[in-house]
Ligand binder design. Structure first.
Ligand SMILES: [Ca+2]
Ligand SMILES: [Ca+2]
Ligand SMILES: [Ca+2]
Length: 331
């Protein structure tokens, strides 16, 4: 019972590591899983009844509560000094705020994204399967930017931490004056070849991006670039505690799934071709830009370069004994 609402790929990998038969043991009652998760989450929604966050890129503290993760290193993509909501002269990823509301992931990525069409790339692990190492035959989205990070045929490809195999890619960007913003989305199927599409965008003054991703998944997003605190340039003292930055980029993602979710996120160059050092979960002290995406292997970098977003609290309370599962998932 304990693992029924747990983190999909962590369970899979842990089960594999223990070399258990696929149908034996308490963690792998596959046929029962959807029904159990459905019951738990429905009950959780009834008990918790959280208000829907407004997708505006602001007020993350009141919308989500404390940050799940704060940045550890100063930015090498420029420390924003422009307080305007729609413009930034640097990029930093200060904190991750999130919660799951029914089947919808609500995500706040605090910080700034320079309005030069640099990218905020987000990877979401919400079901079994996916790509621990990015393949080169995924959907062509954002000028083939996803495959720019993947295997070029030589066996490389951006590789995540061991327990993280994302199933969905989202990318957000902003630039121009007057400011515009855009979003694309793509599936990350275990065997590649998934669907992907341009979600939407245009003038920021028109409000949030509202559209659909692969399979008709409902998506919305908006950005607020007004932060001038958080981390500073690499090597300088922080402007403030990064976990207290409450503006940035906000997403509503209807995953149509229930249970814990993992996310990875980073600031990337305009062609998805040069990773900054602004990575969700943080890098070890002193790390600069990571550069060529295809050569990055987060499993060789200390710490988790992903963040776990727990399933709704009500579901966990009802399943007594789940305390500590988050820690075990990181083993
Ligand atoms: Ca997965
Ligand atoms: Ca800053
Ligand atoms: Ca790591």
């Amino acid at each position: 019972m304990r693992a029924e609402v747990g983190y999909p790929d962590a369970q899979r990998d842990k089960a594999a590591a223990q070399t258990r038969p696929a149908v034996a043991g308490p963690t792998v009652h596959q046929e029962e899983k959807p029904a159990m998760k459905y019951v738990c989450a429905l009950t959780g929604v009834a008990l918790v009844a959280p208000a829907l966050a407004q997708i505006d890129g602001a007020n993350f503290d009141t919308d989500y509560g404390p940050a799940l993760s704060g940045q550890t290193v100063g930015t090498q993509f420029g420390n924003n000094s422009d307080p305007a909501r729609d413009f930034a002269n640097g990029s930093e990823l200060d904190a991750i705020f999130a919660r799951i509301d029914g089947t919808t992931l609500l995500l706040g990525v605090a910080g700034n994204l320079e309005t030069n069409f640099n990218k905020l790339d987000i990877f979401i692990d919400f079901r079994k399967g996916g790509q621990n190492r990015l393949r080169g035959d995924n959907a062509d989205v954002d000028f083939d930017g996803l495959n720019r990070m993947g295997d070029d045929g030589s066996g490389n490809g951006l590789t995540f931490d061991d327990l993280f195999s994302p199933d969905l890619f989202l990318t957000y960007t902003n630039g121009n004056d007057p400011a515009e913003h855009f979003m694309n989305a793509a599936e990350l199927l275990t065997d590649g070849g998934g669907d992907g599409n341009f979600v939407g965008g245009g003038l920021k003054s028109n409000g949030p991006i509202v559209g659909n991703g692969p399979g008709g998944m409902a998506l919305s997003a908006d950005g607020d670039n007004s932060n001038t605190l958080g981390v500073a340039n690499l090597g300088d003292p922080f402007d403030s505690d990064p976990a207290t930055v409450t503006t940035g980029f906000e997403f509503s993602i209807d995953l149509a799934t229930l249970g814990d979710v993992g996310i990875a996120a980073f600031v990337n160059g305009g062609g998805h071709d040069f990773l900054s050092n602004q990575i969700a979960g943080g890098l070890p002290d002193g790390f600069g830009n990571l550069g060529e995406p295809r050569n990055i292997d987060f499993s060789t970098i200390d710490g988790d370069q992903f963040v776990i977003i727990p399933a709704p609290a009500g579901a966990l309370v009802l399943l007594a004994g789940l305390a500590g599962i988050s820690q075990r998932r990181r083993d």
